[in-house]
Design a binder for this molecule. Structure first.
Ligand code: TIH
Ligand code: FE2
Length: 321
């Protein structure tokens, strides 16, 4: 249990929940299967048996990927390629006026480099691109992970990323993360140096954190990098991955409620995960998001500080409080 203190040969070692410390520990990422009980049972993604079977096949391949080894390529079907092309075009069109310039610039760069317009990119290509841009790396995963696992991986600049695509009959909104969400939502953000650094900071805060703080960090991640907005020339624009990857969310965005983001207030809020967001939280600009999250991070109680050693690729403890 967090905060418990063991006495070991006259030195006091605080015991905290397990977290990956080094490259070797990362090999156990994504082994746990999470069953989401909040599933929206009406969505074709859950009711179409043929779709479920295909999704399971891809999930198995993704789950077998061991972090650090080559990411397996998926042989996408014509139907899957068609879903990608169709939704990609619509998202691109709708996103232009509603999404932040910062996100759009990063997307433009990668879509040209990898030819998003023509085919589904493989995670191995995304991984190489991100490594060169910001040092982020990918672990292919079957589906939703626990908040702890997803956040802990970020501390090592590792993005746990799905490889299957949403249902062709309802591409507007996926109730679970799929590759459209990951690639059009998260990847342009991880390709941005400052956002990559912020993501790693959140990951470091989550490492060894007690469950109530994991939940708060998960909620803040949701409020910002998943569904956050910020002002640009006086207008509120979306930058979160979940807005950018869903035409349902983009249609909802201009008619939804907005509230000024404050991590000290919003770390404990409730939010829906199976329907579009009723309220988006906005900041004055992206610097404000970073500053506020860092301030909030300093308020969390942990028995020791952690930093990432880029040479040894390892999380190291600083002071024991
Ligand atoms: N709802 C998003 C989409 O349709 O792209 C995907 C998700 C974001 C967060 C959880 S599921
Ligand atoms: Fe996401």
């Amino acid at each position: 249990e967090h905060g418990q203190v063991l006495t070991n040969q006259n030195s006091k070692i605080p015991v905290v929940p397990w977290y990956p410390r080094n490259e070797n520990d990362l090999k156990s990422l994504g082994l746990l299967m999470i069953v989401d009980e909040e599933n929206n049972q009406d969505h074709p993604q859950f009711t179409d048996q043929q779709y479920r079977i295909r999704r399971e096949d891809i999930a198995k391949i993704s789950q077998q990927h061991i972090f650090g080894q080559t990411i397996p390529n998926i042989d996408y079907t014509e139907q899957e390629e068609a879903t990608w092309k169709k939704i990609y075009q619509v998202l691109r069109e709708k996103g232009k006026s509603l999404l932040s310039q910062r996100y759009l610039k990063n997307l433009q760069k990668i879509e040209n480099a990898l030819g998003f317009k023509y085919k589904i990119p493989q995670l191995s290509e995304i991984d190489a691109y991100l490594q060169a841009e910001t040092g982020f790396r990918i672990k292919a995963t079957h589906g939703i992970l626990s908040q702890r696992e997803f956040l802990n991986a970020l501390a090592h600049r590792v993005f746990c990323c799905t490889q299957y695509i949403r249902h062709h009959q309802y591409p507007e909104y996926s109730p679970e993360p799929d590759l459209i969400h990951e690639i059009l939502g998260h990847v342009p953000l991880f390709a941005d140096k400052e956002i990559a650094d912020l993501s790693q900071e959140i990951g470091i805060l989550s490492s060894g954190a007690e469950q109530k703080d994991i939940k708060r960090l998960g909620t803040l991640y949701w409020s910002t990098l998943e569904f956050g907005a910020c002002k640009e020339n006086g207008q509120i624009k979306g930058y979160g991955a979940g807005i950018a990857s869903s035409t349902g969310e983009l249609d909802n965005f201009p008619i939804a409620n907005y509230e000024k983001f404050d991590p000290f207030i919003h770390a404990d809020r409730q939010y829906p995960t199976q329907i579009v967001q009723p309220t988006y939280l906005y900041s004055e600009d992206f610097d404000e998001v970073i500053q506020e999250l860092i301030m909030f991070g300093k308020s969390l109680q942990k028995p020791f500080g952690l930093y990432y050693d880029f040479i040894e690729k390892e999380l190291k403890a600083t002071k024991i409080i």
